[in-house]
Design a binder for this molecule. Structure first.
Ligand code: HEC
Length: 154
């Protein structure tokens, strides 16, 4: 994870994969829980993809992981209905003041994860670069619209 760890941090993810289960929010409810679950599912996929790129193995299976992210991305914005600021959310109120920007950032995630899905497993350098591009769409949104909370988060 040495190389991709940096990009996962840029995505606003903890570097260490084992911290993921600890992130589950049993006390979150409704749409807040739904979006946290969705985000965590995407994070697990990103970590799996990152590991494969780092270890240069099983690159062909990155396509399926990227596709799953690309299929979730169009639902992301729907999981942020106005007023869904119930605890323990980390979503900032500025989301709803900059709604079209928020939607654009979700669309960027969809576009970049589709490119990753279509990248050839025979070109590890291209895969790596496109993985970083996806990470940047995660991190770009978190930086603006998510409260920083955990150690290791950006
Ligand atoms: C369009 C904006 C946006 C994009 C793109 C985005 N996220 Fe998020 N993410 C958020 C917001 C806002 C929250 C806080 C949600 C809350 O706490 O209600 C969040 C929360 C999270 C969390 C914490 C979930 C929890 O249990 O508290 C993880 C992990 C995460 N995102 C991973 C990702 C990954 C990985 C990607 C890219 C593949 C990504 N996100 C893309 C906006 C985004």
């Amino acid at each position: 994870m040495r190389n991709v760890g940096r990009w996962l941090i840029a995505a606003g993810l903890a570097v260490c994969a084992v911290s993921i289960p600890a992130m589950s929010h049993d006390h979150a409810r409704g749409v807040v829980k739904e979006r946290m679950d969705m985000m965590e599912a995407m994070a697990k996929r990103m970590i799996a993809i990152g590991k494969r790129i780092d270890e240069k193995r099983d690159l062909a299976s990155i396509k399926g992981e990227a596709e799953a992210i690309a299929l979730q991305a169009p639902h992301l914005a729907h999981l942020f209905p106005p007023g869904s600021t119930q605890k323990p959310t980390d979503a900032k109120n500025t989301i709803w003041k900059n709604w079209s920007d928020f939607e654009r950032k979700a669309a960027a995630l969809e576009a970049e994860s589709k490119k990753l899905m279509n990248a050839s497993p025979d070109e590890p350098a291209v895969l790596g670069a496109q993985f970083r591009a996806v990470s940047e769409t995660c991190g770009g949104c978190h930086e603006k619209y998510r409260v920083r909370r955990r150690k290791g988060d950006l």
